[in-house]
Every structure is written in structure tokens, then in C-alpha cells.
Design a protein around this ligand. Structure first.
Ligand code: HEM
Ligand code: HEM
Length: 185
């Protein structure tokens, strides 16, 4: 099995990164939801929030590796299908990359203006480099929660449903080749 993509299949690195990012993003969402279970100011709330930030920051660090890997290698040709579907899929993939940068970046910039250093799993801290400004922090928080998150969620739902539709309705190899591709015969 190939590390790199080929014109027929996603390689191990692209597949591992795809599902790792899926777990990181679902994890970041779960952590920020769990925070709501704890009263304001409680240690539990702070711990879930720190986990949210650390997982989101990991997305921000790794997305450059994923993008670099994608841009410097082959991309498997889309399986046969209508041209509009192939174009839509390429646009959605591009937008998912934009959101995988914009979502954590807005979180990091929000933390800067809110005067909150971000700890990465307690291993190191990203210090505050800007002059804190509560109003700017609140505006970026609105962007993060009310604009970027609904856009990312919609894209992921459309993208995931399309993959399931290929698998269960069209019964082609689109999903299989992102999971466990068949060996070439
Ligand atoms: C893939 C990355 C990320 C995703 C999907 C994500 C998602 C979300 C979502 C859905 C919320 C709203 C929660 C709610 O309304 O209950 C939220 C809030 C928040 N996120 Fe993120 N986030 C990400 C990255 C980050 C990063 C990297 C940071 C900071 C280092 C961050 C800091 C925050 C903060 C401080 C809030 C709360 C804002 C407030 O309550 O005013 N996020 N995030
Ligand atoms: C956080 C959630 C997700 C993100 C950000 C995401 C992102 C992406 C991106 C950017 C690609 C293009 C290939 C690449 O450059 O790596 C891709 C491909 C793919 N994704 Fe996802 N994905 C997510 C969740 C899912 C889910 C839940 C499924 C299945 C139910 C899925 C199935 C696929 C498949 C089958 C492909 C290959 C499409 C093709 O060969 O044209 N993804 N994904």
C-alpha cells in the first residue's frame, strides 16, 4: 500500500490525516459542548475549554502539513459521474480546507484579544502578542461561533452525506478508497 496518493487511490498519509482531522474536529466540538455542563468559573468548565482550544490548535498546526501533502502529490481522479458533481465536490473540498484554517485561526486570534494565553495540552503556551481589546475579542467570538461554525458544520454534513450516498446508493468506491481501498487485482 502506498504512502503517497496515486491517480487511482488515496495513500496512507492522506487517509490517516483525513480521519485524524475528523476526530480532532469532532473532539473540539464535543469538548466545547461538554463545557456547558459545568457552571461558569468551575474547574471542569475550564478544563473542557482548554481541551477545546488544544484540539483546535492542533488542527491549525497540522493543516499546513495536510495542505502541503495534498498540493505536492497526485490526487486520485474522481470516479465516473456527472461533471457538476465532480465540480461541486472539488469546491466543497476547497472550502473545507479554508474552514480548517479559518475556524482555529479565529479561535486563536480571539484568545489573543481576550488576553488569554493558549496552553497546548500543558506542554507549551502561546503567549499573548497583541494589545488586548475585549470588544474585538467579542466580535471575533461571534464570527467563530455564529458564522464560521455553521458554515463548517453545513459543509461537513453535505460532504459526509455525499460520501454515504456514493457508498450506499451509487455503490461505488468513493468512500472505500478513503477508508480501506481494495487491492488492485
Ligand atoms: C477546528 C477548530 C475549532 C472548532 C470546530 C471550534 C468550534 C467552536 C464552537 C462550535 C464553539 C461554540 C460553542 C457554543 O456555542 O456552545 C466554539 C467556541 C469557542 N472556541 Fe472554538 N473551535 C475551534 C478552534 C478553536 C481554537 C483554536 C480556539 C482558541 C485557541 C477556540 C476558542 C473558542 C472559545 C474561547 C470559544 C467560546 C467563545 C465564547 O463563549 O464567547 N476555538 N468553538
Ligand atoms: C470534519 C469532517 C471532515 C472534513 C474536514 C473532511 C475533509 C475532506 C477533504 C478536504 C477531502 C479532500 C481530500 C483531502 O485533501 O484530504 C475529503 C475527502 C473525502 N472525505 Fe472527508 N472530511 C470530513 C468528514 C468526512 C466524513 C464524515 C466522511 C464520510 C462519511 C468523509 C468522506 C470523504 C471521502 C469518501 C473523501 C474522498 C472523496 C473523493 O475521493 O473525491 N469525510 N474530506
Amino acid at each position: 500500500m502506498s504512502l503517497r496518493n496515486t491517480s487511482a487511490c488515496w495513500g496512507i498519509v492522506a487517509r490517516s490525516l483525513h480521519w485524524l482531522f475528523f476526530l480532532l474536529i469532532v473532539g473540539a466540538w464535543y469538548a466545547v459542548e461538554m463545557r456547558e455542563e459545568f457552571p461558569k468559573g468551575s474547574p471542569g468548565r475550564g478544563e473542557w475549554m482548554s481541551l477545546h482550544k488544544a484540539l483546535g490548535t492542533t488542527v491549525f498546526f497540522l493543516v499546513w502539513l495536510r495542505l502541503g501533502w495534498r498540493l505536492t502529490g497526485d490526487v486520485p481522479a474522481p470516479l465516473p459521474g456527472p461533471r457538476w458533481q465532480q465540480k461541486t465536490s472539488a469546491v466543497v473540498h476547497g472550502l473545507l480546507y479554508v474552514m480548517m484554517i479559518a475556524m482555529p485561526l479565529s479561535g486563536l486570534v480571539m484568545s489573543q484579544f481576550a488576553d488569554r494565553p493558549v496552553s497546548w495540552f500543558g506542554l507549551f503556551q502561546i503567549p499573548v502578542f497583541v494589545t488586548p481589546d475585549k470588544e474585538v475579542a467579542e466580535q471575533i467570538a461571534d464570527l467563530h461561533e455564529e458564522v464560521l461554525w455553521p458554515v463548517l458544520l453545513t459543509l461537513v454534513v453535505v460532504h459526509g452525506l455525499a460520501a454515504l450516498w456514493h457508498h450506499f446508493v451509487l455503490k461505488d468506491d468513493t468512500l472505500r478508497r478513503m477508508l480501506f481501498p481494495r487491492r488492485p487485482s
